[in-house]
Design a binder for this molecule. Structure first.
Ligand code: PBG
Length: 326
């Protein structure tokens, strides 16, 4: 008789386990603000908006945990925002300062900069907003220039990787050209290639205070109901435009997409376990409804199994600790 249980015996189980997970696979997202004290994000218990002065401690922790790296998001007070998101490409912008600080203190820590405008525009959209016959729209090609400026300023500050997340057509090419022209040929692009218009970004927008002031992001982010063709098309375009790493976002509701992309492109695949995924797990864990450690590690193993090389997760530090204890 076929008996799958034979391979579940204690000495066999580890031998046939294929998926592994280590701290080096994990990237910690960090929300950074200029000053004040660190504030916990209400919908993300255990996640903070960090003032710049906190970064030495956080960078140290990320390095000690052996994480793959950190990715930075800027948090600005509303009065510092404008329609063009100037804060995103300011030389003294909060992310630019954070990069210089982290890379100055911890050259061995991989620092990724999220490249987008929504945290810096007063309207909260990811690009330049204009009036059209059917209401507002985001002007794709005018935005490309600003995204390229943003990536360039991040590279100048010392970012190891730039990660465009605005979902503008042609953003990877525009950024690659700008970086190459200025001598940053060595800076890779981690592209949020396949990014859905998702309710699971809610807590992030709370954290970064970047919710759109009107309308939504359906005009540029992907429709969850679209067929796989949309994911393949987005990934193929970013591949051709010169992305070095391709990412799917959110993670757990899109495991099918991740799995479908695996091996189709000669590039590593990443997944972003987003704020809403963190919030769900955390909320259940805080109520004692889930074993946090087991549930979180299970989701991370699932992402690795589906094809993620790297995983962006707000659980990065905790997961690294759990993996060490195991
Ligand atoms: C910026 C950006 C967002 C996230 C990552 N980069 C927000 C959005 O698209 O609204 C979401 C990450 C998360 O929810 O954890 N465009």
């Amino acid at each position: 008789m076929e008996r799958p249980r034979r391979l579940r015996a204690p000495l066999l189980r580890p031998l046939v386990a294929e998926v592994d997970l280590a701290p080096r696979h994990l990237i910690l997202p960090l929300f950074v603000k200029e000053e004040g004290e660190r504030e916990e994000v209400p919908s993300m218990p255990g996640v903070y908006r960090h003032p710049l002065k906190d970064l030495p401690r956080v960078g140290e922790a990320a390095l000690a945990a052996g994480l793959g790296g950190v990715i930075l998001f800027g948090v600005l007070p509303q009065e510092a925002k404008d329609p063009w998101g100037k804060g995103a490409y300011a030389e003294e912008g909060v992310v630019q300062r954070a990069i210089r600080l982290l890379k100055g203190e911890f050259p061995e820590l991989l620092v990724i900069a999220d490249t987008c405008l929504c945290e810096y525009t007063d309207h909260g959209h990811c690009g330049v907003v204009r009036e059209g016959p059917l209401g507002f729209y985001v002007d794709n090609d005018a935005t490309l220039e600003l995204l390229a400026k943003t990536a360039l300023s991040q590279a100048r500050a010392g970012a190891d990787v730039v990660a465009p997340s605005a979902m503008m057509d042609g953003q990877v090419r525009a950024i690659r050209e700008a970086l190459d022209k200025e001598g940053f040929t060595h800076v890779p692009i981690l592209s949020y290639a396949v990014k859905y218009a998702s309710a699971f970004y809610g807590p992030f927008r709370d954290a970064a205070q970047s919710a759109p002031q009107f309308g939504d992001r359906a005009g540029y982010q992907m429709d969850p109901r679209a067929g796989l063709w949309d994911a393949l098309r987005e990934a193929r375009l970013d591949d051709l435009e010169g992305a070095d790493l391709l990412m799917v976002k959110p993670a757990l509701p899109y495991l099918d997409v991740l799995y479908a992309l695996k091996g189709r492109f000669a590039k590593p695949l990443f997944a972003y376990q987003v704020s809403g995924e963190y919030a769900m797990l955390k909320a259940a864990a805080l109520r004692g409804w889930l074993d946090e450690r087991k549930a979180v590690l299970e989701t991370l193993y699932a992402l690795r199994r589906a094809g993620a090389q790297g995983i962006l997760t707000y659980f990065a530090l905790e997961a690294a600790r759990w993996l060490k204890e195991a």
